[in-house]
Structures are given as structure tokens and as C-alpha cells.
Design a protein around this ligand. Structure first.
Ligand SMILES: Cc1cc2nc3c(=O)[nH]c(=O)nc-3n(C[C@H](O)[C@H](O)[C@H](O)COP(=O)(O)OP(=O)(O)OC[C@H]3O[C@@H](n4cnc5c(N)ncnc54)[C@H](O)[C@@H]3O)c2cc1C
Length: 526
């Protein structure tokens, strides 16, 4: 069902749709089309399918590239759960990561985000008793901002004439929240700097600190996790494994090692794709899950980009920050190492989040502005069946692409001694932080490997190693071109740039693209 590109010749010659990229958005659209009886070919350039849902293996360990926890999927009636059940025929299973999903460390202080919104409020109020009013108002605003997003996202699939009539009205209340930064909204509620720093302690989930991020994005992440976090049982690879049979059931396939060079456009109509090796694959419709920047600046022919002024559109949005990730393996079980399921967010004591980011960007030797510790092997109840006697930890922090830009033309695995030395220096700094918080693992590391923004570029094709596609500033949410339908006939967009970063965002985006392509409201069906 997931096949290599070399098998293309043995497959059908004509497809109803081609999806470029097998990320969460692309897989969702492909499965939705397949459920409507369409034959869909998913083309993935990496040798592993799944985009950021893929797992990679080294030296007998496995790490998840872009999943640490997902909210809402444990509730059978939530939209995200229904969507996952629909596209995986109910085969994807979830494990709760426990009562405390996130723990925020600010210097020596720690604050728990406890599952259940009332528990969350109680916990916050117990830490900041004089801020009870502000905390209650904050939670209310989070719910209001999220409620306003439903119409906004649905407006992305309205036919143009309906959008012209009702779009403005449908988006109005969303813009009330999305036009303001997270910092502006929080400062309207409290002057308590520590409380602001704690409540925005998940900003790493969307990559922009409070003075730059849209409150709508912040609210969407905060709300998403209020009822706790979940992890796919069997690891992130289960996502593509359970969706692939749904695509295959209608005669479709997922091909890896299948890099698309260009979308074929004839008379302003997408008719297929040109592969990197020169082969042409035709289809009635083409969808790109490769991100706006890659799609506009690399995959569409220049004449099309010029005709629709797509370059100018791409300049209205910014790429998100890049990251580095230290993947660590231990020859001991999560229980033996006493690893938690809770994610740790570690912040410097001094300065608000924006100050910490600025300080670090000016001098990378300053403390990391955020360090995220995740314990995937402790979260997955199936882990020990696959990896007996072992466990893993991931450490993530932000790092500018420019730090590694001078090696961008060197091939993966052969970037030389200086590159390796810089990686080692960063790895040691991150390990030091790990030992501060989990002293019991010191001396027990069996293997570690640091990914850089060049790894993200190499494996997932984000040109500047963007962790989350486009950044989530107020301006981003004002861009009407971030929607499934494009000015090119039969050519559609999907993935995190259309809704927001996050598995939930890409999933919903995949569904919206499915709606735009079939004209059927799949969400109503669910
Ligand atoms: C380190 C990290 C941690 C994260 N943690 C979480 C988390 O805990 N919870 C959560 O909800 N979200 C998390 N996210 C975010 C989430 O993983 C992403 O937002 C989401 O998976 C993006 O999905 P997408 O559909 O946009 O496609 P992507 O996953 O970006 O996939 C795009 C695919 O297109 C392919 N492609 C590109 N160009 C071509 C081409 N020319 N030909 C063929 N294929 C091509 C790429 O190889 C890639 O596979 C995390 C992300 C990262 C990076």
C-alpha cells in the first residue's frame, strides 16, 4: 500500500487526483477523496511516508519527527476524533498521556497544566490566588476565540459569490481575536508577568512568542489541550499505516521516493505532475500538501506564478522559525528511568518570552529561550512490545536557519567536521539541561543524534527549515489566499498553511480541501 516510486510503471496510468506530499493534510484529503470512490495517487519525496507524522529509526531506536501530543482525540464526539476515525476506518488508537500534560518551568518554579478545564483553572488559581478573576476571564476568552474560528475556517470553502455576500460577516468575530497579539490580550487581563509567562508557556507549539503571535493561534492551542494530551498507540507511524488502506481501497496508492518537480498546467488548468526523473503522471486534479512557499516558489511553473502574482502573495506571509531536535536513546525502560509522560517546557527565569527570544537571537550563547522535553517511549503503551528494554527522549529548541546556512549545499551526512562540532556543542548544552531536570538519566545515554534546520530542509523540503510552515502572526490570518481553492483550475492546496500548524490544524485543512474538491460537506456527514 505504501510503495516505492520504482513501482510507478506497474500502477494505473490515470488518477482522479494526485496529492503532492504525504503529510497529515495530504493524507486526509487523499482518504476523503478515496472514500468518495476516487483513485488517488499520493507522491512523497522522502523515503518514509507521513511528512511530520513519520518516524525515523537509528541504532535500534525510533523517534517521532513531529508528534508529541495531540488534544481532543480521546473524546469520541470531537471533530478531530471523528475525522481520524473516518480516514483510518477507526483503526487509529490513542493513549492518554495523563493528568498533567504540560509542565512549565520558569527558573526554579514549576507550574502544571492539569487535564480538564476546571482543574486547569483551579491549579492556576492555586498558584496565583490574587489573579483568580484574570484566569477566569482568560479561559473565557480562549473559548470565545475558538468558537469564532468555526465560521472563519468554513468561509475558506465557500463558493466565491457566497463568500462575497457573507464572508465578511462570517470572519468578523474571528478577526476581533486574530488581529490582536497574544501579549496584547493577556496584558489586558493582568499585570502579573509570571502569570503571562506561564499561560503562554506552550508558545513553542506554534513557534512565535506572545508579542508576535496572533491570540487566535494561542487560543486554539490552549483550548486544544485543555482536556489533556494523547499519543498514537504504536507511535506516529500508525497514522499513515492506518490511512494507507483507505486510499488503496479505491485503487489509489502512496509512493515514496517520488519527488514532484513541477505541477503541469495547461491553459490555466492542472493536468498532472512532472516528476524529478522526467516522467509525467496525469490526473484530473492536483493537490499540494508541500506548503505554500514550496508550492508557489518551487512547484508551479514561472508563467503561472507570474500570471496570478503568487510571488507577491507569498511575500505577505513569513516562514516560521526553525528548530533543532536532540533524539536520545537509552538501554533501560521508561519505568527503570522513571520517565514522565508530561512534556516539560523550560524557560529562563529572567525576562518575558519575547525578551528571551531576542536575547538569544542576538547571541546564541545566551540561554535557550525555550527547551522542550518530551518522553515518547513513556507515552506509548505499545513501546516496550517493539523496543523491549529501551526508551527515548526528545529535546527541542529554536535555532535560526542561518546558523547552519553555510552548510546548506553540502549533502546530508557529509557536512564536515565544523558542522558536526557545532552540532555536538548544541547537543551538550541540551544534555546539560536534561540532567538538571532528570538527574537519574545522567550517565545512561546510549545514543544521541541532533537534527538541524538542514535536516528539516533535507527530509521535509521546507526551504529554510521551518518547523511549522508559515508563522502565526495576526497578518497571516488576514490572507484570503490561504485556502484550498487556487486561481488555477483543478489545483488545490492543503496542509498546515491553510488552517494552522499542528496535527489537528493539518487534519482539518485536509478535510476542508476534501470539501472544496468534492463539493460535499464531509463534516456534516461525520
Ligand atoms: C518537531 C516538531 C514537533 C511537533 N509536535 C507536534 C505535536 O506534538 N502535536 C501536534 O499537533 N503537532 C506537532 N507538530 C506540527 C505538525 O507535525 C505539523 O503541523 C503537521 O504534521 C504538518 O502537516 P502537513 O500536512 O502540513 O504536511 P507536512 O508534514 O509538512 O508534510 C509535507 C510533505 O510534503 C512532502 N513534499 C514536499 N515537497 C515535495 C515534492 N516536491 N514532492 C513530493 N513530496 C513533497 C514533504 O516531504 C512532506 O512529507 C510538530 C512539528 C514539528 C516539526
Amino acid at each position: 500500500m505504501i510503495q516505492s516510486y520504482t513501482q510507478l510503471a506497474q500502477l494505473e496510468e490515470h488518477y482522479d487526483a494526485i496529492v503532492i506530499g504525504s503529510g497529515m493534510g495530504g493524507l486526509t484529503t487523499a482518504a476523503i477523496l478515496a472514500k468518495e470512490g476516487q483513485k488517488v495517487l499520493v507522491l512523497e519525496r522522502h523515503y518514509i511516508a507521513g511528512g511530520f507524522t513519520h518516524v525515523f529509526k537509528r541504532k535500534g531506536y525510533e523517534w517521532d519527527a513531529g508528534i508529541h501530543y495531540i488534544g481532543e482525540v480521546h473524546k469520541k464526539n470531537s471533530l478531530l476524533r471523528k475525522l481520524f476515525d473516518y480516514i483510518s476506518n477507526g483503526e487509529l488508537k490513542w493513549a492518554d498521556i495523563g493528568e498533567v500534560y504540560d509542565r512549565i518551568f520558569i527558573g526554579d518554579q514549576q507550574f502544571d497544566f492539569v487535564k480538564g478545564v476546571n482543574n486547569f483553572k483551579k491549579q492556576m488559581i492555586s498558584c496565583f490566588p490574587e489573579e483568580e478573576g484574570a484566569i477566569n476571564k482568560y479561559v473565557d476568552l480562549v473559548f470565545k476565540a475558538v468558537a469564532s474560528s468555526k465560521n472563519y475556517y468554513m468561509s475558506k470553502v465557500l463558493p466565491s459569490f457566497v463568500d462575497a455576500l457573507f464572508g465578511k460577516w462570517m470572519k468578523k468575530s474571528f478577526y476581533h481575536f486574530s488581529d490582536r497579539t497574544t501579549d496584547e490580550v493577556l496584558r489586558s487581563l493582568t499585570k502579573n508577568e509570571t502569570l503571562i509567562k506561564v499561560l503562554t508557556g506552550q508558545y513553542g507549539d506554534y513557534g512565535l512568542p506572545p508579542k508576535q503571535s496572533s491570540f487566535s493561534m494561542h487560543a486554539s492551542v490552549a483550548r486544544h489541550y485543555f482536556d489533556g494530551g494523547n499519543f498514537p498507540i504504536g507511535g506516529s507511524s500508525q497514522i499513515v499505516k492506518t490511512i494507507a488502506p483507505v486510499i488503496a481501497a479505491s485503487g489509489g496508492a502512496i509512493l515514496v521516493n517520488a519527488e514532484v518537480k513541477e505541477v503541469l498546467i495547461e491553459k490555466n488548468r492542472a493536468v498532472g505532475v512532472l516528476m524529478n526523473d522526467g516522467k509525467i503522471v496525469r490526473a484530473k486534479k492536483v493537490v499540494s500538501d508541500a506548503g505554500i512557499m514550496t508550492t508557489y516558489l518551487k512547484l508551479l511553473p514561472e508563467a503561472t506564478v507570474e500570471k496570478h502574482k503568487l510571488k507577491a502573495q507569498s511575500q505577505k506571509v513569513n516562514r516560521s522559525v526553525a528548530h533543532t531536535s536532540l533524539c536520545i536513546g537509552f538501554k533501560a525502560t521508561p519505568q527503570e528511568l522513571d520517565l514522565p509522560k508530561t512534556n516539560f517546557w523550560i524557560y529562563p527565569a529572567q525576562g518575558d518570552h519575547d525578551t528571551c527570544v531576542d536575547r538569544y537571537l542576538n547571541d546564541l550563547n545566551q540561554p535557550f529561550p525555550v527547551i522542550y522535553l518530551s518522553f515518547p517511549s513513556a507515552k506509548d503503551p505499545d513501546w516496550l512490545n517493539r523496543y523491549p528494554g529501551k526508551s527515548t527522549i526528545d529535546i527541542i529548541t529554536l535555532i535560526p536557519y542561518e546558523t547552519f546556512a553555510k552548510w546548506e549545499d553540502k549533502p546530508w551526512g557529509k557536512r564536515g567536521k565544523d558542522y558536526e562540532a557545532l552540532k555536538e556543542e548544541i547537543a551538550q548544552r541540551l544534555l546539560k539541561e536534561l540532567y538538571k531536570h532528570l538527574p537519574q538519566v545522567e550517565g545512561k545515554v546510549d545514543y544521541y543524534e541532533l537534527s538541524t534546520p538542514l535536516s528539516t530542509k533535507h527530509f521535509v523540503n521546507y526551504e529554510k527549515g521551518e518547523i511549522y510552515g508559515l508563522d502565526h502572526s495576526p497578518a497571516r490570518f488576514r490572507q484570503s489566499f490561504l485556502k484550498p481553492k487556487t486561481p488555477i483550475k483543478n489545483f488545490y492546496l492543503t496542509g498546515q498553511d491553510i488552517v494552522t500548524a499542528g496535527i489537528g490544524g493539518a487534519l482539518v485543512s485536509g478535510a476542508l480541501t476534501g470539501i472544496a474538491m468534492t463539493g460535499k460537506n464531509i463534516l456534516k456527514k461525520l
